[in-house]
Design a protein around this ligand. Structure first.
Ligand code: ADP
Ligand code: MG
Ligand code: MG
Length: 244
């Protein structure tokens, strides 16, 4: 599904990604771990197409299509979802209305008609029940006064509603209290299926007790220097990164 080959990226004159290779098939959960400053967030930003980064070499294919040729919103329409894609507060626009607009933008890009009111409500019902999200949450203004846990809930709900091929969750140290950890991991576990894939970026071995990855990669100094299965995460927890 996702194939990254020899990816090099820089900010200004500084090279940050120095030849990343990563293959993700549908149905898989991959975790990227590694010390702070290694390039984890840069990798997720380059996949989603955030400005500031210059890709100097390599390719990122999603089902054979080179994402590097696409604008960020085209990548989203192609099926890439990234957490905190929409961190903006919009007073007066509810979580559910915002998502309806996002779904319709997505459908429009694929030449489809707007989602019908009935189909949308059905989908909201199905996904909110699955994720145990209460109705009153869906009518609140987007991100306005959301707690850390509520932001996570919103993020997971967006993921459920947009049904991306690949979800990238960059879980920086901040904002992941026990509550948020539970929301994210339960959500991901419920939403993963044989047709989608998840890339979780985390410092925390603990998160991987809940979201069990099929593969774990260590990204350090701009390169993936080791890959393994979930046992690698345990080994990293015990021994840190220095031995690598
Ligand atoms: P990680 O997510 O693994 O902690 P990052 O991708 O955030 O790592 O950062 C990798 C390197 O790129 C770090 O040295 C960081 O200082 C640098 N970097 C990240 N973003 C910027 C930026 N906007 N301008 C300059 N340097 C940056
Ligand atoms: Mg960091
Ligand atoms: Mg980071």
């Amino acid at each position: 599904m996702l194939s990254i080959k020899n990816l090099h990226a820089r900010i200004g004159k500084k090279e940050i990604l120095k030849g990343i290779n990563l293959e993700i098939s549908k149905g898989e959960v991959h975790a990227i771990m590694g010390p702070n400053g290694g390039g984890k967030s840069t990798l997720s930003n380059v996949i989603t197409g955030k400005e500031d980064y210059e890709v100097t070499e390599g390719s990122i294919l999603l089902d054979g299509k080179n994402l590097l040729d696409l604008a960020p919103e085209e990548r989203a329409n192609a099926g890439i979802f990234m957490s905190f894609q929409y961190p903006i507060e919009i007073p007066g626009v509810s979580v559910s209305n915002f998502l309806k607009a996002a779904i319709n933008a997505n459908r429009k890009a694929r030449g489809q008609e707007d989602i019908s009111a009935q189909e949308f409500l059905q989908k909201v019902k199905e996904k909110s029940e699955m994720l145990e999200i209460k109705k009153d949450f869906l009518s609140r203004s987007l991100n306005e006064g959301f707690s850390g846990g509520e932001k996570k809930k919103n993020e997971i709900f967006q993921m459920a509603m947009l049904e991306p091929k690949l979800s990238i969750l960059d879980e920086t140290d901040s904002g992941l209290d026990i509550d948020a950890l539970r929301i994210v991991s339960n959500g991901v576990n419920k939403l993963k299926n044989k047709d989608n894939a998840v890339l979780v970026i985390t410092h925390y071995q603990r998160l991987l007790d809940y979201i069990v990855p099929d593969f774990v990669h260590v990204l350090m100094n701009g390169k993936i220097i080791k890959s393994g299965t979930k046992e690698l995460a345990l080994e990293l927890e015990e021994k840190g990164y220095d031995w690598l």
